[in-house]
Design a protein around this ligand. Structure first.
Ligand code: FMN
Ligand code: MN
Length: 466
């Protein structure tokens, strides 16, 4: 799979993508159809007839585990945890992108005064949103001016004018770190914003891959082949050759426009009104013939964004925990209901006293966990972390508050609605040990059925009328 077109073709064959031929308005109607469809785990939707536009819009690409498996090239029946394991294994092989000559993303090139972002069917998602959002299922490409490290990061992009895109690079995100370096050099930061591509690249744009690692290299590893790239027209950045729409421009750290608010994946608005934020001054747009515009819904869980993050955050947490080479790790689950980022459940085969404490603190020290992970639950190896009724059992009968900890300080996301809007930099964390302590000499004696009696009773099952 190299492009969004490949996803549509393969998804259609499997009945995972549906075309909507009726006319649909970009203004709220399209997003509402997508959101309601996602609440019943419906198919990905390709809106072919968006009012006033000839360009189609695709939504709900990542909403189900089956479609995530298709994107990752994994078996259809994979669970999220299977996908984490596949990601952790394949993502360890780093395959850098490959420069190519044949780049469909250059079929149309628009420069300077001719640039018009309104030429695309950009949706407005919710009534209180500050406007239309060009970038939701997309990513920004930027380059570290010191090391040449190329980053892919998904940060929303509001349509502010025909050649202006709003940005929201939250403090400490990789593009924010890079922007500060360009600012010190008194230069604007060149960026490319990609809408419509191999869906794996978007998922990686939203993944918490460690600093100095290019998401391109991880994508290559997971795919088993290098991502094909081509140089930008006006920016010296590697662009996915098969991208549908590429917006090139620059961000000046000292210039601001009003941006937001936006209804977020937390189910709440990110702020109360607009905020001054940096923006992209767009210099050039390139796109394929008959491009496909891609958007993702946000709002209350569980929808497209939540599944995307449950995969990308959960998989990177698992990969980063494994990289710490802690023995006994069995599995992890980051529930989509928590958008894959606020709550993590980890199962471990305990091998020494203090093992569980090590896993609990390790989780919040990974790149993924250090940012906003609020609750970590560790369970014993006999409990699958995705088996929520069994996790509830462990929380009821093995969890002991005296063996758990509250950590008062850690990096928060400014989107966490459990904190007051004006003080969202720092969060507390809760580390819950829901295991039977390794060092106990006398462990609780589990109740087992008598195997002989089970056999006997089963042989009488129909006689008993059961
Ligand atoms: C749909 C969607 C929208 C997102 N919007 C933003 C955003 O506006 N700002 C932001 O900092 N992170 C946003 N994120 C989260 C980042 O993509 C995520 O933290 C990622 O790790 C950033 O890449 P980086 O680690 O290379 O900085 C969004 C994620 C998704 C799935
Ligand atoms: Mn990154």
């Amino acid at each position: 799979m190299k492009s969004m077109r490949d996803f549509v073709a393969e998804g259609e064959k499997l009945g995972l993508v549906k075309r909507i031929k009726a006319e649909v308005d970009w203004n709220l109607e399209l997003s509402h159809i997508a959101k309601l469809n996602e609440e019943t785990s419906g198919p990905a939707l390709l809106f072919e007839n968006v009012k006033g536009y000839s360009t189609p819009v695709i939504t709900s690409v990542c909403t189900t585990t089956q479609r995530l498996a298709l994107i990752m090239g994994q078996p259809a029946e994979s669970t999220l945890s299977d996908l984490y394991a596949a990601w952790a294994k394949l993502g360890e092989t780093s395959i850098p992108p490959k420069w190519v000559d044949n780049a469909p993303c250059k079929e149309n090139i628009v420069m300077g005064k001719d640039v018009d972002l309104f030429a695309f069917p950009v949706p407005k998602f919710y009534p209180l949103d500050g406007g239309r959002f060009f970038g939701t299922a997309h990513f920004f490409i930027t380059k570290d001016p010191d090391t040449g490290w190329v980053n892919l990061g998904t940060y929303r992009a509001q349509l502010l004018a025909k050649d202006k895109l709003g940005t929201q690079f939250i403090k400490g995100k990789h593009s924010d770190l890079m922007l500060k370096k360009y600012q010190a050099m008194k230069k604007p930061m060149p960026v490319a914003c990609i809408v419509g591509c191999d869906p794996l690249l978007f998922i990686l744009g939203a993944a918490r891959v460690s600093a100095f690692t290019s998401e391109y290299d991880v994508a290559g590893g997971i795919r088993g082949e290098a991502v094909e790239v081509v140089r930008g027209e006006t920016v010296d950045l590697p662009i996915p050759a098969h991208a549908e729409i590429v917006v090139e421009g620059e961000v000046d750290a000292e210039k601001f426009m009003d941006e937001g608010p936006f209804g977020e994946y937390t189910g709440y608005y990110s702020g109360v009104g607009t905020d001054p934020r940096n923006f992209v001054d767009v210099k050039c747009i390139t796109y394929r013939n008959n491009p496909i515009f891609w958007g993702t819904t946000v709002g209350r869980a569980v929808t497209d964004t939540h599944m995307t993050m449950a995969l990308s955050y959960g998989a990177t947490l698992w990969q980063q925990l494994l990289a710490m080479k802690i023995p006994g790790l069995k599995g992890v689950y980051c529930p989509p209901e928590g958008s894959g980022r606020f709550l993590a459940i980890i199962s471990v085969k305990q091998m020494y006293p203090g093992h569980v404490d090590q896993v609990l603190t390790a989780a919040i020290s990974t790149e993924m966990g250090a940012y906003g992970l609020k609750t970590v639950i560790v369970v014993d190896e006999d409990i699958n972390p995705w088996d929520i009724p069994r996790v509830m059992y462990a929380l009821s009968f093995r969890f002991q508050p005296n063996r758990s900890q509250v950590i008062k300080r850690g990096r928060s996301t400014p989107l966490d609605p459990s904190l007051p809007i004006e003080t969202r930099d720092i969060t507390g964390r809760l580390l819950l040990d829901a295991t039977i302590p390794y060092e106990w000499k006398q462990k609780p004696v589990p109740i087992e059925l008598d195997p002989e009696m089970v056999k006997h009773v089963k042989s009488r099952w129909s006689e008993l009328g059961l």
